[in-house]
Design a binder for this molecule. Structure first.
Ligand code: VAH
Length: 314
């Protein structure tokens, strides 16, 4: 049985639907700090309220359902964390320590994501290597590097089977992201359909790694299913599908909506965060150690995003 925290979040929402399909609805325990009535994850199977800063609460739910795997997704993203650094530490690191401790006590397999945000201005910017300097300058990045080290520690010290990936910006139509820096690449599709234009808070020429959510969910499941003897790395694997700047995603949208236009009103907070991150990262280790692969490039993602958002009535 798999316990998922942050199950109503941007990743959690699509991940839980896929996990229920793949492993059976009754084997997935979806949890979240708050309940959104009518949400497909709340309506579609086992759902429990859980605040990951409550260690006892995590233990009780894990025990109640006799889970053998914890997929820990609950966290504050980069822009929110930069506005509330102390709160971000408490949730991102407190929540991680609590779920790792329960994984140790109940001998659970463990997944939690890191991010391209785990790199900083002194990391190589282009084709950032799997193993390189990581001196992030954001609280989110501090949380992600600490999280990587903590998960590797629990593996080496206690034998907890921890695994993770460094996610790029994720683009989805099912659940909007909240408080990220890469979220412009999601909002642009919504505004293209609703307004015919998008005002980007990230400057043109700012390249960041991105991935379509179906590929991100596939990466989590593929890594968790991987043969542990083949894993030279654990926390966390570079994964990416594409790298683009606002001009390039706008040009791709224009192929579908010729009248679409983009203009700029740069947000200094999120631009500073984006400038500290890589332009592109190198996913070779993930490909070699567990067969990481993607199915969506910018063209295919744009076609699917616009079609799915139209279906949703956006
Ligand atoms: C964010 N979407 O913007 C998240 C992610 C790499 C970006 O960590 O904070």
């Amino acid at each position: 049985k798999i316990l998922v925290t942050g199950a109503l979040g941007q990743i959690g929402t699509e991940l839980v639907v896929k996990l229920r399909e793949q492993y059976g609805v009754d084997n997935i325990i979806a949890t979240n700090r708050s309940r959104y009535e009518g949400h497909p994850v709340v309506e579609g199977g086992t759902f429990e309220l859980l605040d990951v800063t409550d260690e006892k609460g995590v233990f009780e739910i894990a025990k109640k359902y006799d889970v053998d795997t914890i997929i820990h997704m609950a966290a504050l993203l980069s822009a929110t964390a930069e506005k509330n650094p102390k709160l971000a530490w408490d949730i991102n690191m407190g929540g991680l320590m609590n779920t790792l401790e329960v994984a140790r006590e109940l001998n659970c397999k463990f997944f939690t994501p890191s991010s391209i945000g785990a790199f900083g201005p002194t990391s190589p910017k282009d084709n950032t290597p799997q193993d390189t300097i990581q001196r992030p300058t954001t609280m989110y990045g501090v949380n992600k590097v600490s999280g990587e080290l903590l998960c590797d520690y629990y593996y080496h010290k206690f034998g907890v089977d921890t695994r993770g990936v460094r996610f790029p910006g994720l683009i989805s139509y099912a659940q909007a992201p909240g408080g990220g820096t890469t979220d412009y690449a999601v909002h642009i599709y919504y505004d293209a359909l609703k307004l015919g234009k998008y005002t980007s808070y990230i400057a043109k020429g700012t390249y960041m790694d991105m991935m379509y959510m179906p590929d991100a969910v596939k990466a989590i499941i593929d890594l968790m299913e991987a043969d542990p003897s083949k894993l030279k790395h654990r926390n966390a694997f570079n994964v990416t599908a594409m790298s683009f700047d606002p001009e390039e995603i706008a040009a791709e949208i224009k192929k579908h909506i010729p009248t679409f236009t983009i203009d700029y009103d740069v947000d200094p907070v999120r631009q500073t965060i984006a400038d500290s991150w890589p332009n592109s990262i190198d996913p070779t280790a993930a490909k070699e150690e567990w067969g990481f692969s993607v199915e969506y490039d910018l063209a295919r993602m744009t076609e699917d995003m616009l079609a799915k958002l139209k279906e949703k009535g956006i």
